[in-house]
Design a protein around this ligand. Structure first.
Ligand code: NAP
Length: 303
């Protein structure tokens, strides 16, 4: 069965190159004729891993190509994901699988609700990759991929294909808890690094602020039916800050480079969920307001 990879950015290219390297059938879907021409000029995708670069001449096509899609890996940012799937929706076979690599929450649920005929598999990745250039991606950090569906369904047989491609994977029976936990860690750390203009480690100078946010995030997770994701949240926030003290958060880097952030699917999702549960979480809302103001002052989208 072929893999269709929607979006040849950092993570999409990392997956596509490894799958193609293990002889899986892969096709890349690019957003426009211009991007397809750019890709063809580049001769394919280049992946650099451990200082070795290799070109993968993976076939690419436009969203309106005619081949049916049975397994779709959506590798766009959260704010592009639903629109990108809509462009290929007429090609989705019945019973197809859609793997969703997006960070945060909200985009995955929107896709699962809009295309109920597909089995949506949520992926949470701690692997790191960045775009060195168009269609040239650097594998920057080894990590893990957790996959699971929102109904706690059983693992698909093709997980072995990921093993053969060297894509580390673990099937999770509680994927939503994992995504909520990651979202909460992100909400506690990333916006503060932007607003205090600092590396992760420097947040230890703002312990009271961190502690107040963690209290509200725990309240939100518990009210959302995610007590496992709430357990020792503050302890883990401090451990993550310590382990990544010298790093700049992904949101910090996006803002510094003038790129749109995924705020709507992180802090924005947390605030919307709190509102719909009738929870008063003033610190989270204040942080959201302050962050949006900061983005707007820099001419960046606030959603
Ligand atoms: P990225 O490098 O910006 O790649 C996104 C890609 O999606 C771009 O190549 C973009 O095309 C493409 N795209 C957007 N709309 C499209 C459409 N309608 N049709 C086809 N392609 C479309 O982003 P990323 O870093 O890979 O991140 C993807 C997701 O993974 C995010 O939610 C991110 O938070 C998550 N994630 C990333 C990492 C990482 O290390 N990079 C780690 C963990 C999680 P253009 O090239 O034409 O703009």
């Amino acid at each position: 069965m072929s893999w269709h990879v929607l979006g040849a950015g950092a993570l999409g290219s990392l997956w596509a190159a490894r799958l193609a390297g293990a002889d899986a059938t892969v096709r890349i879907i690019l957003r426009s004729a211009q991007r397809l021409a750019d890709y063809q000029r580049a001769g394919g995708l280049t992946l650099t891993a451990e200082d070795l670069s290799r070109l993968y001449a993976i076939p690419a096509e436009l969203p309106d190509a005619s081949t049916p899609i049975q397994r779709l890996l959506v590798a766009c940012k959260a704010y592009d994901a639903e629109g990108a799937v809509a462009q290929v929706a007429s090609r989705l076979s019945s019973g197809c699988e859609i793997l969703l690599l997006q960070n945060g929450l909200g985009s995955q649920q929107a896709i699962a609700e809009r295309w109920p005929q597909a089995r949506c598999i949520f992926v949470s990745s701690t692997e790191g990759a960045y775009r060195e250039d168009d269609f040239h991606v650097v594998f920057a950090g080894r990590g893990q991929n957790w996959l699971g569906d929102s109904n706690g369904g059983s693992a698909p047989a093709w997980l072995d294909e990921l093993n053969r491609a060297g894509i580390p994977q673990t099937w999770s029976s509680d994927m939503l808890a994992r995504l909520w936990r990651k979202l909460a860690l992100n909400c506690a750390i990333n916006p503060l690094t932007v607003l205090h203009d600092c590396r992760n480690g420097e947040l230890l100078q703002h312990r009271e602020q961190l502690s107040g946010l963690c209290q509200e995030l725990v309240e939100l997770l518990e009210a959302s039916g995610q007590p496992a994701a709430a357990s020792d949240l503050q302890g883990e926030v401090l451990r993550v800050i310590d382990a990544t003290a010298a790093n700049y958060s992904s949101m910090y880097q996006d803002v510094r480079l003038g790129r749109r952030t995924e705020i709507a699917y992180l802090l924005g999702h947390a605030c919307r969920s709190a509102d719909s549960l009738g929870l008063a979480l003033p610190r989270l809302h204040e942080l959201h307001r302050h962050l949006r103001e900061h983005l707007s002052q820099r001419g960046l989208p606030t959603d």
